[in-house]
Design a protein around this ligand. Sequence first.
Ligand code: SAM
Ligand code: SF4
Ligand code: F3S
Length: 559
Amino acid sequence: MTQRQLTPLATLPHLQAPQPALDPTLAEFRPEAPALPSFFVWTLGCQMNQSDSEEMAGQLLGVGCERSASIDDADLVVINTCAVREHAEAKVIGRQGLLADLKRTKPGMRVVLAGCGVRQSERAGLAKRFPAVDLFLRPDEEPELALRLGLVSAQAPVGLRTADTAATTVLGGRTVGAADRLAASRASAVTEGRVARSSTFSAWLPIVYGCDKTCTYCIVPFARGPERSRPFDEIVAEARQIAAAGYVELTLLGQNVNSYGHDLPAEERFGHIDTRRSAGRRLDLRARPDLAELMRAVDAIRGEDGEPAIPRLRFITSHPWDLSDRLIEAMDECDSVCEHLHLPIQSGDDEMLRRMGRQYTVAHYLERLERLRSAIPGLAVSTDVIVGFCGETRAQFEATLRLLEEVRYDTVFAAAYSPRPGTAALQLADDVPPEEKRRRLNELLRCQEAIGLERNREWLGRDVEVLVEQVTPTRRRLDPTDGDTDDADLPASPVPVLAGTAGEGSVALAGRTRHNKLVHLAGHPDLVGQRVRVHIEYAGPFALRGHLVEAQDQPDVFA
Ligand code: SAM
Ligand code: SF4
Ligand code: F3S
C-alpha cells in the first residue's frame, strides 16, 4: 500500500457547513451536513491528459462535488501530471511548498496526483518527491478517483461503485500489462453523462490508450502501458452523442492514434480490411478495424442536410510508421477530416532516428509525406523535433535543419532532449551539453520562424473558415496552473490584435482554420464556438490576422 490512508472527506471538520436553524419538532428530518468538497483540476501535458481530466471532473461532479474557481479555494486539488520532460515534473514538485502552505491553513484540504507522473515502477518514492500529496493515481487508476476518496455512496451509479483496476504488470521496470477498465469506465461515463467536457464546441475522444512503440527517449509507454484500443462501436456511439450535442469539432486521441484497432478481435464486417505493416515488425491486421474505418464511420454521421454532423474531424498523434495508404485515402475522401496532419519526425538524420528507436528512415517519412500531399493538396503539416539527443553531432543537427527547409512545415514543436527515468536512452551518454542544446533549439526555432512566415503569407488576401475558440486573454495569468509546456515549445503569438474594429462590443478573438492556422480577429464575444468567414490581411510566423466577413455559423456559406 503506497498511498497514505485518507480521512474520508465527508467527515472533515472544516467541510461541515453550519446547520440552518430548524424547527425543533423537525429535528429528526434534519438534512445531513453538506460535506462534499469543492475541487480544482490542474492539467498539465497533452490532449490525452486534458481528456482524462474531463473524465475525472465528470466523476466528481457526478457525486455532487462542485468546481472551485481556483486552487486556493478548493478543498480537493487534482493534479493531472505530465512526465514527458523533466521540466514538466519539476513544475509540480516546485508547487509542493505552496500546496503544503494551503494545507496548513486548511487542514482538511486533500491533494491527488494523477497522470503520467505516477509510474508503478517508481511508486515507492512518490510520497517523498511530492510531500503535499495524499493520494497517487496512475492513469489507469483514474476511474477510481471518487471511490478512493470515499465520495461514492451506495446510491452511486454502478459504473462508479465497481470501478476497479486489476494489478498492472511491471517487468524489468517496464509496464507490460495494464489490465484496466479504462475503456469500460469511459463507456459508462459517456452513457451516464459523466464526462465534463471543457468546451461546448470542440470535443476530445480517446480511441486508443497507451503506446506500444519503443522510442528510446520516451517515458509514455512506462507511464501509460501498452496500447489498448476502445471498441469500435463505443467510439462511434460517443461520436454520435457529441454530434447530437452540437459539437463543431472532434479530435480522435491516441499516443499513436493510427495504430488503432490492431489489438481488437477480427470481425467479419471488417473483412475488407487486409493491411499488413510493411516496415519493421510484421503484424497481420486482416479484418480488424483501423483508424481509416473509424474515420469513415464518424464522417458518415450526417445531419438532415446530408452534411457531416460534426464538420471538423481531427486526429492526433500519428506515427509515420503506421500511416497507411488506407488512412491517406480516408483523409482525402471524408469531407469532415481537416486538412492538417501532425506527423512527428524527431530528427532529420537516419542514425539519430535509429538511436531514438523510431522505426522509420527519413526517406520513408518523406515518401509518406509526398503521398499525403499529392492526395490532399495544400495539406498543412506540423511536427515534433528533439534536439541534442544522445550523440547528436553538429552535422546530424544540420540534417534536421535541412529537412525543415525541404518539408517546409507549418508548425514545429521543438524541445531539447531531457533524459527520463527508466527509458532505454539512459544507456546512452547524454553528451550534448545543455548550452549547446539550447543553442541548437534556438537555431532551429529561428529557421522555422522564417519558414512559418513564408507558409502563412500564402494565406494573405484569402477568405478562410475560422472556428472562434476564445476571447483572447489580455495578459497571461499569474497563476500556478497557467501554461504547462516548456516555453520553447510554445510559439508565442507576435501578431498584434486590436479589438473594436468590428462594431459595438467587439473584442479580440482567436480561432483556428481547418488547416489549424491560428487566426486573430475582432468580433463579438458571442462568436466563440461559431464558424465564421475571415478575410486574411496580416501574416506572422505563428499566426494570421483578418477581419470578419460572415458572422454566422452557416455551413452552406463554406461550401
Ligand atoms: N506519440 C508521439 C510520437 O510518435 O512522436 C509523441 C508523443 S510525445 C508525448 C510528444 C513529444 O514529446 C514527442 O514527439 C517528442 O518530440 C517529445 N519528447 C518525448 N520524450 C522526450 C524527451 N525525453 N525529451 C524531449 N522531448 C521528448
Ligand atoms: Fe513516445 Fe514514441 Fe510512443 Fe510517441 S510513439 S508516445 S514518442 S514511445
Ligand atoms: Fe501526455 Fe505528458 Fe503523459 S505528453 S501522455 S501527459 S507524459
